[in-house]
Write a protein that binds this ligand. Structure first.
Ligand code: NDP
Length: 331
């Protein structure tokens, strides 16, 4: 079997472009003892990958130059020499941006596609959903009756997080770029949708729909969103800092906010998190997600590009707001 895969050519500063990658065709070997061969059906593109393209070690290693971009993928086993995985089984892996591969069976997780489609394990039922859940449940400890602002509300984490927050009984304000995304937010039950691109003063726009301010803020964006959140959080408000995509393509670090003294005056609790540090609550997540889905409370959205060669375009699209819901590449 042949497979095309996407390699990173160089570490970069600033916004990613097509020249940063090569699409390379390779032979996929037959599986040796303990190995399986998989044909991917979907791969995930995620904002955190931008950090790995800078060549700097953070909580995760940088990508290797000239090697495949690793990351979440789901696919079907086409040959197996590993006990526990058979031809036709669906698996999730971190083997990344490629059409297929042969790898040790113990590096794969078997997934059940009888209720949810395979790609849901890259979205609502995978780390995307888990990220939203950790931020809301553990970091913010959202309570029924509270008002939450979800930023990047029409994105992968934001759109499922907004629906989780509704299921938890909160009033949800969500921000997104453009009227179409705001219509989408209303369609998933968000109480107040705000187009941040059509707003001169984000804090005023929040206060307009919630004069008392917000009890909690789910940070996916940073920059002016962070500043507006400090202004609109009420006393003892909580902020889960999940991501700051506004800054990921900055060539140099920059100052983010000049109103940090609100943290003291309002006794705010601001806590960052990495989802993989909170896998101990995965059981609670699956239990709540199953209950909410059975009750019809969660409708995940996907934006799908087709063909492995589209992976770089899909990735760049995250920084241009091209996705509603989870951005995926179908193989
Ligand atoms: P999304 O699907 O939300 O895609 C990114 C979205 O961010 C875009 O659709 C766009 O929406 C918005 N955006 C991009 N650039 C800007 C900008 N400059 N200003 C405002 N909005 C912008 O991605 P994910 O759901 O996968 O990730 C959301 C956030 O969560 C990211 O910051 C990511 O890094 C973080 N994350 C953190 C994890 C953790 O463990 N802490 C795990 C997973 C994700 P719009 O059109 O509305 O602008």
């Amino acid at each position: 079997m042949k497979s095309r895969e996407v390699h990173l050519n160089e570490y970069l500063k600033g916004a990613p472009s097509a020249s940063n990658y090569s699409v390379v065709e390779v032979d996929v070997p037959a599986p040796a003892d303990g190995e399986v061969t998989v044909r991917n059906s979907y791969i995930s593109v995620d904002p955190y990958m931008r950090g790995r393209m800078s060549g700097i070690k953070t909580y995760i290693d940088p990508f290797q130059i000239g090697a495949v971009m690793d990351g979440g993928a789901v696919g079907e086993v086409t040959a197996s020499n590993f006990d526990g995985l058979e031809v036709g089984d669906h698996v999730m892996s971190m083997h990344g941006w490629r059409e297929g591969y042969t790898k040790p069976g113990n590096s794969l997780m078997k997934i059940d596609t009888s209720i949810l489609p395979a790609q849901a394990y890259l979205g609502v039922a995978g780390l995307t959903g888990m990220t939203a859940y950790v931020g809301l449940k553990r970091i913010i400890n959202l309570q029924a009756g509270e008002t939450l602002w979800m930023s990047a509300g029409a994105g992968a984490v934001g759109s499922v997080g907004a629906q989780f927050a509704k299921a938890m009984g909160a009033t949800v304000i969500a921000t997104a770029g453009g009227a179409e995304k705001c219509e989408y937010l209303k369609s998933i039950g968000v109480d107040h949708a705000i187009d941040y691109k059509a707003t001169d003063n984000l804090a005023d726009a929040i206060r307009e729909v919630s004069p008392k301010g917000i009890d909690a803020y789910f940070e996916n964006v940073g920059g002016p969103h962070f500043t507006a959140a400090l202004e609109t959080l009420t006393g003892r408000g909580r902020m889960a800092v999940c991501g700051m995509i506004h800054r990921y393509n900055d060539a140099e670090p920059s100052m983010i906010a000049d109103n940090l003294t609100y943290i003291i005056g309002k006794s705010l609790k601001i806590e960052g998190f990495i989802v993989s540090d909170h896998m101990d609550i995965q059981g609670d997540f699956i239990k709540d997600l199953t209950e909410w889905m059975m009750a019809g409370k969660i409708n995940p959205a996907e934006t799908i590009l087709e063909g492995i060669e589209k992976a770089p375009e899909a990735f760049t699209g995250l920084f241009e707001g091209k996705n509603t819901g989870k951005m995926l590449v179908k193989i």
